[in-house]
Design a protein around this ligand. Structure first.
Ligand SMILES: Nc1ncnc2c1ncn2[C@@H]1O[C@H](COP(=O)(O)OP(=O)(O)O)[C@@H](O)[C@H]1O
Ligand SMILES: [Mg+2]
Length: 307
């Protein structure tokens, strides 16, 4: 997540998911951004219009009386063909839950569900709404996945919050410029506030069907994307921003970064297989994406604490 758009969230989600699936793991991606870019990295607009838009998107799940009342989340799982033909060679699996442009209104609908007349009811509804995705992902239908990657919209709205409550780790793609690095402290505080509120409410007696456990999402860290490379490393001004972010210590910073390469990512195009699986193996961007995948897996597999 990052409340900024255009920082590489979707690109990283698609490439990390594909790379890790291609290493023989079962990976699920959930597209929560109404811009639907992750979905369209794996399906053509024609396929989506014909088979998915009316029946099989996350909008149907968030819609209605309460998320999941109309349709269980597991019924929305799709297995995009082209990328799976590739990752199956290595016994991997890559599934996706599609987004929908209509998700743009869901934040307001969810907010309306928070309305309550008593303090107790208000707490119960807070937990129920914020915890809806976490609860749905506890279904045995998802137990076989090694990894679930959620691509968030560029804001800190309710849909993003349901993703944070459902997450064990938060990955923050960012550009190495002054404003972006300033925003990281703000992001950290916003997440901390949500986690504190959620856990406080849990602690207050009868929370009814919301039930649930304390949450403790950790920051996997900041990944710098679209870096300008000169003589094998990010240019001076960007290196300074990266070092600053590290020094501020709001969250870990990945050693791996992903350089700016419109050529590499444009070639992704509409064929439904992320470039990390089709680019030349020795392409510097492929190398960076594989190094990032190594570091990410290490971070979330309870690897050593990074700073
Ligand atoms: N490392 C990169 N180099 C060049 N272009 C990139 C890179 N990463 C992403 N892009 C491009 O930048 C645009 C925004 O990236 P995207 O992943 O969609 O960002 P977000 O999901 O944060 O909005 C897309 O057109 C994408 O192809
Ligand atoms: Mg995106």
């Amino acid at each position: 997540m990052n409340y900024k758009g255009g920082v590489g969230k979707t690109t990283l989600t698609a490439n990390l998911a594909a790379e890790i699936a291609n290493r023989g793991h079962r990976v699920l991606m959930i597209d929560l951004d109404p811009q639907t870019n992750l979905t369209f990295s794996f399906f053509t607009v024609e396929e989506w219009n014909a088979d998915l838009r009316n029946t099989r998107t996350i909008q149907r799940w968030y819609d209605g009386e309460m998320p999941g009342r109309d349709i269980p989340l597991e019924q929305l799982v799709l297995t995009p063909e082209r990328v799976n033909a590739k990752v199956k060679e290595n016994a991997g699996q890559l599934d996706l839950i599609s987004s929908h442009l209509g998700l743009i209104n869901i934040d307001l609908q969810l907010a309306a569900k928070l309305g309550a007349t008593t303090l107790g009811e208000s707490k119960r509804k807070f937990l129920q709404v914020h915890g809806c995705l976490a609860a749905a992902l506890k279904s045995p239908a998802f137990a076989d996945y090694d990894l679930v990657l959620i691509d968030c919209p560029p804001n800190f709205g309710l849909v993003t919050k349901t993703a944070i409550v459902a997450s064990e780790y938060i990955l923050v793609p960012a550009k190495a410029d002054y404003l972006s690095t300033l925003g990281i402290g703000y992001l950290r505080h916003s997440v901390d506030k949500l986690v504190t509120d959620y856990n406080d409410y849990l602690g207050h007696g009868s929370v009814g069907e919301a039930g649930g456990k304390r949450i403790e999402p950790k920051f996997a860290g900041v990944v710098f994307t679209m870096t300008q490379i000169h003589a094998g490393q990010p240019i001076n001004t960007q290196r300074m921003q990266i070092e600053n972010t590290r020094a501020l210590g709001d969250m870990p910073v990945f050693r791996a970064s992903v350089r700016n390469s419109p050529r590499y990512f444009a070639e992704a195009g509409p064929d439904g297989v992320p470039p990390v699986l089709v680019g030349a193996i020795d392409d510097p961007v492929s190398r960076e994406l594989r190094a990032l995948s190594d570091e990410f897996v290490e971070a979330i597999a309870g690897g050593k604490h990074r700073s």
